[in-house]
Design a protein around this ligand. Structure first.
Ligand code: SAH
Length: 431
């Protein structure tokens, strides 16, 4: 995986990130190859052999069973990747992520205290334990991967077994005998939607959340923006033009394919971003339906803020931790960023959600290029060749994100872009 841009001053190296997407990663997993998938997994499979807590499964019909067999195999690989310690270490050491979750729990402490919580995908149990520390009466900590075994031990060693109950199984299969007041989950994948874990949170919401209950995070927004990144292009592509004085331009087609065929996960800075961001998808976790996430199409029209080579598009997201039905809808009035009197801003006639808010308002976890880096970094779709754009030049087109037929946890990206009278299409897969 390439990641050598000088903008990578974030502490998240290309070798230690949570959800690396490298080609054939899944295939290697199937073959027992073991550098994992989805979140960091460059470690051999853990040998978690002891058994954990209670789980009871719902009945499946024969038809469901056949239809689920492929999904079951994808899930096996997916959950295996979460049985490794490295992936959890990476997530927990991402202080932006973990501290923001803890701050959000404490912000809602009044609601959580004395209540029943479900942690969908508890991993090591860290968020479930934060909720117990915030005074939750009971926390159902659900984890399908074998890391549930350690989560259970951690709960015991911290004397929380009376309040935190670890279930080793999929949230879709678990049975408990009460509804819950709060659902918490850290479900966000690269580009927000990679991994498709939000569908499991929606399932849990519809089955287990009481009316008027709290979902953390409550809202999520996926953004995109055109970027310039000459250094990245130079180091991967232009490098071949003069190698120890030898013209190796014959390598260029291979270099472009190798570097830019697939989306890459790397950190850029706000300076790489050429326009205001465009909102690809706004998700209200209280109301979103799983079908809405299967395919998302949006059109954009953006004006470059400077003259620069356009190298591709970056995608990033933020999530908010709000109570139910508190935020106004997204179609709202418009102030530029920096104007704290609005949640939203506008440019070129399109309405955008603002990505920050005052410290005393909603807690927000942002993975934007101008904010503190996280292990999610940004997801970049590079073009094979840059396009020169002038200041104020319009860049427009559309993007469709859809679950891959190859594996519903992968993301197909169909990107159409035009500028200066030329139009292009780039198809890629985040796998
Ligand atoms: N909550 C932990 C781990 C977050 S990573 C933390 O914040 O550190 C997401 C976790 O959800 C992974 O451990 C994954 O195995 C688990 N997971 C994903 N889908 C799930 C499902 N349908 N049922 C149960 N666990 C799931």
């Amino acid at each position: 995986m390439f990641s050598g841009s000088s903008a990578h001053t974030n502490g998240y190296s290309s070798h230690g990130r949570r959800r690396p997407r490298q080609r054939s990663r899944m295939a290697r997993d199937y073959n027992g190859g073991g550098d994992g998938s989805f979140r960091v997994c460059s470690y051999p499979a853990a040998s978690n052999s002891s058994t954990t807590a209670t789980v009871s499964y719902t009945q499946q019909s024969d038809g469901d069973r056949v239809a689920a067999s492929h999904r079951g195999e994808y899930d096996r690989v997916y959950f295996q990747s979460y049985s490794h310690i490295a992936i959890h270490e990476e997530m927990i050491k991402d202080h932006v992520r973990t501290d923001t979750y803890r701050a959000a729990i404490m912000r809602h402490q009044n609601f959580i205290a004395g209540k029943v919580v479900m942690d969908v995908g508890c991993g090591t149990g860290i968020l479930a334990i934060f909720c117990a520390q915030a005074g939750a009466r009971r926390v159902y900590a659900i984890e399908a991967s074998d890391i549930a075994i350690q989560a259970n031990e951690i709960v015991k060693e911290n004397d929380l077994s009376d309040r935190v109950i670890v279930f080793h199984g999929r949230v879709e299969d678990v049975e408990i005998d009460e509804k819950v007041d709060v659902i918490i989950s850290e479900w966000m994948g690269y580009m927000l939607l990679y991994e498709s874990m939000l569908a499991s949170v929606i399932f849990a919401r519809d089955k287990w959340l009481k009316h008027g209950g709290l979902i953390l995070p409550s809202h999520a927004t996926l953004y995109m923006a055109p970027i310039t990144n000459s250094e990245r292009y130079q180091e991967s592509i232009d490098f071949w033009r003069d190698v120890y004085g030898i013209d190796m331009s014959a390598m260029l087609p291979l270099a472009k394919q190798s570097a830019f065929e697939d989306p890459v996960t790397e950190t850029i800075s706000g300076e790489n971003v050429l326009t205001w961001p465009h909102v690809v998808k706004y998700v209200d976790c209280y109301t979103v339906m799983a079908q809405e996430l299967e395919s998302i199409t949006t059109k954009y029209k953006l004006a470059s803020m400077m003259r620069a080579p356009l190298h591709g598009f970056a995608f990033w997201f933020d999530v908010e931790f709000d109570g139910p039905a508190v935020l106004p809808p997204k179609n709202h009035l418009l102030f530029p960023p920096g104007n704290s009197s609005s949640d939203l801003y506008s440019h070129g006639g399109s309405i955008q959600r603002k990505r920050r808010c005052r410290a005393d308002e909603t807690v927000i976890l942002s993975t934007a290029p101008e904010d503190a880096p996280t292990h999610w970094q940004q997801t970049i779709v590079y073009f094979y060749d840059p396009i020169e754009v002038n200041q104020d030049q319009v860049i427009e087109g559309s993007v469709t994100l859809s679950q891959s037929m190859e594996n519903p946890r992968f993301l197909n990206i169909h990107l159409e872009y035009s500028s200066g009278g030329r139009s292009f299409i780039k198809e890629s897969v985040l796998r």
